[in-house]
Design a protein around this ligand. Structure first.
Ligand code: GAR
Length: 190
């Protein structure tokens, strides 16, 4: 059974969808750990409610191979999913988990990626640019923000009247429909 860690900084709706997808049916993998950098992140309650251990790390602990790596090893983690995780992943972790860390970004990369582009900021930029569609991108994590190899994209049409909050709702729906299945396919190919 392959063991997944989810790293998340916020509300955790994606984390919950992924946990529900893997942990309550036989899919050859399970979410064994949730890691957050914020003590007030909604994802922590969701993990606890769903019976998944959760750990909060300070920036220092997160960036220290002496802390993070033994922790991941202790939980037997084979694969890492970033689901709304807002810290930069250290280079040594990318090397240690080569092609085993994926991120979801709430736009059709390479559009609307890069530093500062997360959550509602992305949707505001999409609306300001009068895009007629947006979407989600699942990609491998590399040393640069949002620049790793793209694995999967899905798109959704936008109306001229859509607000950033409308776009956010559409994106969350798209993520719920596709992200857990995309992870399952990636894992099946390991
Ligand atoms: C998701 O829409 C995810 O794509 C985005 O943050 C949201 C987290 O929502 N990620 C980024 O913007 C990364 N640059 P959630 O906490 O409810 O899963």
């Amino acid at each position: 059974m392959l063991r997944i860690a989810i790293f998340a900084s916020g509300n955790g709706s994606n984390a919950e969808n992924i946990i529900r997808h893997f942990n309550f049916s036989d899919r050859g993998a399970q979410v064994a750990l949730v890691v957050s950098n914020r003590t007030d992140a909604g994802v922590l309650d969701r993990a606890t409610r769903l019976g998944v251990p959760a750990q909060v790390l300070t920036r220092g602990d997160f960036n220290s191979p002496d802390h993070l790596l033994p922790m991941l090893q202790r939980y037997g983690i084979d694969f890492i999913v970033l689901a709304g995780f807002l810290m930069m992943i250290p280079e040594w972790l990318i090397k240690e988990y080569k092609h085993r860390i994926v991120n979801i970004h709430p736009s059709l990369l390479p559009k609307f990626g890069g530093k500062g582009m997360y959550g509602i900021n992305v949707h505001k930029a999409v609306v300001a640019a009068r895009e007629t569609q947006t979407g989600i991108t699942v990609h491998y994590v590399s040393e640069q923000y949002d620049e790793g190899e793209i694995i999967f994209q899905a798109s959704v049409p936008l109306r001229p009247s859509d607000t950033p909050e409308d776009v956010e709702k559409k994106i969350h729906q798209l993520e719920a429909n596709h992200f857990p299945i995309a992870i399952e396919k990636i894992i099946a190919g390991l």
